[in-house]
Design a protein around this ligand. Structure first.
Ligand SMILES: Nc1ncnc2c1ncn2[C@@H]1O[C@H](COP(=O)(O)OP(=O)(O)O)[C@@H](O)[C@H]1O
Ligand SMILES: [Mg+2]
Length: 258
């Protein structure tokens, strides 16, 4: 790993958890500008907990969270957002009874943007997500899972973040859409966005990433270039043997949709 100077977002020795149970222990991760970084590891490893701490959604017990070198460990979540850190929660949460446009506008109002800026941002996002273009008046809940994930991502881009953190963006999507979502995230990083994604589809996610972190029982156990992780025998044997999607969905009580 290169020095953490270029990191847009950094966890330094972060420990956190729920109640008095520590879940993430002394985790250090650096997310560098314009790169796609995947955080992988088995179910319950603490991946979601770590990125929630990074996004300011969970109190950090010890250690630090830095955005562009500034210590934001004790800052409220909305301040994290105004520093350009956006979070897309697991489960492609959109408001189903609202239109695509209303969902997008809601994304902007979190930061209170003016009308013209909102319209310009929607236009820009429609160019990035052509699938949303003809659907501005469609109710979000009537779109396919993959389309809803695109909308969830687009909505989080309404605030013009510099870093986008996504929790399992591919969960429950059809195989075709898994790649479409990963490709879109790569494309976004090409526009200057820094992308961090937690993923269970580890090898697939790494193949679209520049860097990766592997978590196991709350700790970072491997990190490095995505290519090196994909080639690492231990990582392959221990973390890249993927549970078939159908089994995983059964365990997690999710239903796959297209
Ligand atoms: N809201 C919560 N309250 C209590 N325990 C939680 C909560 N969320 C997660 N956990 C526990 O923390 C551990 C790590 O969870 P999580 O960070 O979601 O793992 P991962 O995202 O790697 O699957 C698990 O043992 C899980 O049961
Ligand atoms: Mg998780």
């Amino acid at each position: 790993m290169t020095g953490s100077q270029a990191a847009l977002l950094e966890l330094r020795g972060v420990t956190t958890g729920y109640g008095d149970v520590p879940v993430v222990r002394s985790a250090s991760m650096a997310f560098e500008k314009r790169l796609v970084t995947s955080v992988i590891g088995s179910n319950g490893a603490g991946k979601s907990t770590a990125i929630k701490a990074a996004a300011g959604l969970l109190r950090v017990w010890s250690g630090q969270v830095l955005v562009s070198g500034a210590d934001v460990t004790r800052e409220a979540p909305h301040l994290r957002l105004s520093r350009g850190v956006a979070f897309v929660p697991q489960g492609r949460i959109v408001l189903p009874e609202m239109t695509v446009r209303e969902n997008l506008e809601l994304g902007a109002h979190i930061l209170g943007g003016d009308r013209q800026r909102i319209e310009e941002t929607i236009e820009r996002l429609v160019r990035l997500f052509p699938v949303l273009g003809g659907r501005m008046r469609q109710l979000a809940g009537t779109m396919s899972g993959g389309e809803q994930q695109m909308l969830a991502i687009a909505r989080s881009l309404m605030t013009g973040p510099s870093i986008l953190i996504l929790d399992e963006p591919s969960l429950g999507l059809s195989p075709k859409y898994v790649d479409i979502v990963f490709e879109k995230l790569r494309e976004l990083s090409g526009t200057g966005l820094t992308v961090v994604m937690v993923e269970q589809k580890a090898s697939r996610a790494l193949s679209f990433s520049d860097r990766g972190y592997v978590m196991h029982t709350g700790q970072v156990v491997y990190s490095g270039e995505a290519e090196a992780l994909l080639a690492n025998d231990n990582v392959r044997r221990l973390f890249l043997g993927e549970v078939p999607e159908e089994i995983r969905l059964m365990v997690e009580g999710e239903v796959a949709d297209a």
